[in-house]
Design a protein around this ligand. Structure first.
Ligand code: ATP
Ligand code: MG
Ligand code: MG
Ligand code: MG
Length: 479
């Protein structure tokens, strides 16, 4: 007999038939006449209830059917008498495929805190919350590919190991196969990277953008979607040392077209998740409602998760310049009452508290902030006519802050080289990148969306560690 997944069983298509269910026991309860076993196989947040007659299955037969055990069950799929679920299985055979010792299995019935589950991240997939989160993550990832492929973008794989630091932020992890106890030195005592594997110093990529630009100059529209690494030594709820980034790059695009695409893209993937993972999102929303009950009134969410997502897909994002955003902040009651931890003035990089003020308190919707001061942005962003700002954009989302960073790129050779020199990059270091301007250069633009921040937004999870299966943060690489 072929196994049927729970999601499929719950459609009732096989009602009245003998079916084969495989999965993991969530709970077992019962009385002296009958036992109810709830089985989950990850295909949906719902468990399938198995009814095991006590006469047929004595205590001995069910003794290893405990929370966490893997089971294989045959039985008849029937309409359920009780409320809740439409179908259940009346068991014929129950086989315990893999036991889970109740004495040591860490995920017994009771609800666990997210902090505790982070300690056992290797097992947390088996909870409702993380089941929902990672199903939503999967759907969003699929939607990313669907969106760009429908638009004719080419999916490009950019290198994980590279010699460039695209962001110039110095947050790189070094890659080497040197014997670290016996490093080769040059005459003046410095490490001799010429003797390293690649013949030069290399690192894990912080962004695929520079390589992506090269590809855009041939395919017109490309996107990358891959792991990105930053040695962030801050412990925040929105930074990981290893995260996934989606980076589209488009030839013949300006900043406005770039912002339009980003907004359309974000709405598309959220809509897709709402259509395909509604149950999961509803469950996660309910989690937040419960969490809110413990909070004072003024800290509670105004909208449920579903309402928030519906609102975002159905309304335009706000668009303001950096200069306008700074004005808003400096004229805000929060600023006047000195509520911000970091001071605000023209020229500062907006901090998370400022971003969240703009989104959550002022505009109450996602905001696209454009035209940042050139000194706080990367060298490749296109200089505006005012000579002070660049054609940059950040997209800020409620509850999170920055989810997208993007820009129109500087296509004018002299200006680009001048900006590179300003941040200490020599022409010969990036000669290959400059070839995009040297040979058939054209206006182009792109952006980077942090995939985990997007997953946070759609699932409502407050901590970025809870939306990636195996979080990498300072001190955490156990599993
Ligand atoms: P932040 O200001 O939050 O540190 P950033 O400006 O350094 O972000 P960018 O270089 O603009 O980030 O990267 C593009 C996107 O990648 C960001 O908008 C964000 O969504 C995501 N991102 C950046 N750093 C991280 C990180 N350490 N962990 C998770 N996502 C990140
Ligand atoms: Mg950063
Ligand atoms: Mg930033
Ligand atoms: Mg940024």
């Amino acid at each position: 007999m072929q196994r049927t997944k729970v999601k499929e069983l719950l459609t009732g298509a096989e009602e009245g038939k003998e079916v084969l269910l495989k999965g993991w026991v969530r709970t077992k309860r019962g009385n002296k006449f009958v036992n109810f076993i709830a089985v989950n196989d990850g295909s949906t947040i719902q468990n399938l209830q198995v009814v095991a007659d006590a006469e047929k299955f004595g205590d001995e037969a069910l003794k290893d059917v405990t929370t966490g055990a893997a089971v294989s069950i045959t039985g008849q799929l029937v309409a359920s008498q009780g409320k809740g679920q439409a179908f259940e299985i009346v068991a014929n055979t129950i086989e315990v495929v893999g036991k889970a010792d109740p004495e040591t299995y860490p995920l017994q019935k009771k609800a666990h805190s997210l902090e505790f589950l982070r300690e056992i991240a290797h097992l947390r997939f088996r909870t409702n919350t993380f089941g929902a989160v990672f199903r939503v993550r999967n759907t969003l990832a699929f939607a990313v590919h669907k969106f760009f492929n429908e638009k004719g973008f080419v999916y490009m794989h950019t290198p994980i190991i590279t010699a460039s630091d695209a962001e110039g932020a110095g947050e790189m992890f070094h890659v080497t196969n040197f014997d670290l106890d016996n490093l080769p030195r040059t005459e003046d005592g410095k490490i001799n990277y010429e003797e390293d594997f690649f013949g030069k110093a290399t690192n894990l990529t912080v962004s695929g953008q520079l390589e992506g630009e090269l590809a855009a100059m041939a395919f017109s529209d490309i996107y990358t979607f891959g792991p990105t690494f930053r040695a962030e030594n801050s412990n925040t709820a929105r930074h990981l040392a290893e995260f996934w980034m989606i980076e589209p790059e488009m030839a013949f695009y300006d900043l406005k077209m770039n912002a339009d695409l980003a907004e359309e893209f974000i709405k598309y993937i959220i809509r897709y998740a709402l259509e395909h993972n509604r149950e999961d999102i509803e469950f996660l929303g309910q989690r937040l409602v419960e969490e809110d009950k413990a909070k004072p009134q003024n800290e509670r969410q105004e909208m449920t998760l579903l309402e928030k997502l519906e609102f975002v897909v159905n309304n335009n994002f706000e668009r303001v310049t950096y200069t306008e955003a700074v004005d808003i902040l400096m004229n805000s009651p929060a600023y006047k009452k000195k509520k911000f931890q970091y001071d605000v003035s023209w020229g500062i990089d907006l901090q998370s508290e400022h971003e969240r003020y703009l989104v959550e308190k002022h505009f109450k919707k996602p905001v696209i902030v454009t035209d940042y001061p050139k000194d706080i942005k990367a060298f490749y962003m296109r200089l505006n006519d005012d000579g002070k700002t660049v054609a940059a954009m950040d997209i800020l989302a409620p509850g999170i802050g920055e989810i997208v960073g993007g820009s129109q790129r500087e296509e004018r050779m002299e200006l680009l080289v001048e900006r590179m020199k300003g941040v200490g990059i020599e022409e010969e270091d990036l000669w290959w990148y400059l070839d995009t301007r040297r040979f058939g250069g054209c206006p182009h633009a792109g952006f980077g969306l942090g995939f985990e921040r997007m997953v946070q937004f759609v699932t409502g999870m407050g901590n970025i560690r809870d939306v990636i299966p195996f979080p990498r943060t300072p001190g955490n690489a156990e599993f």
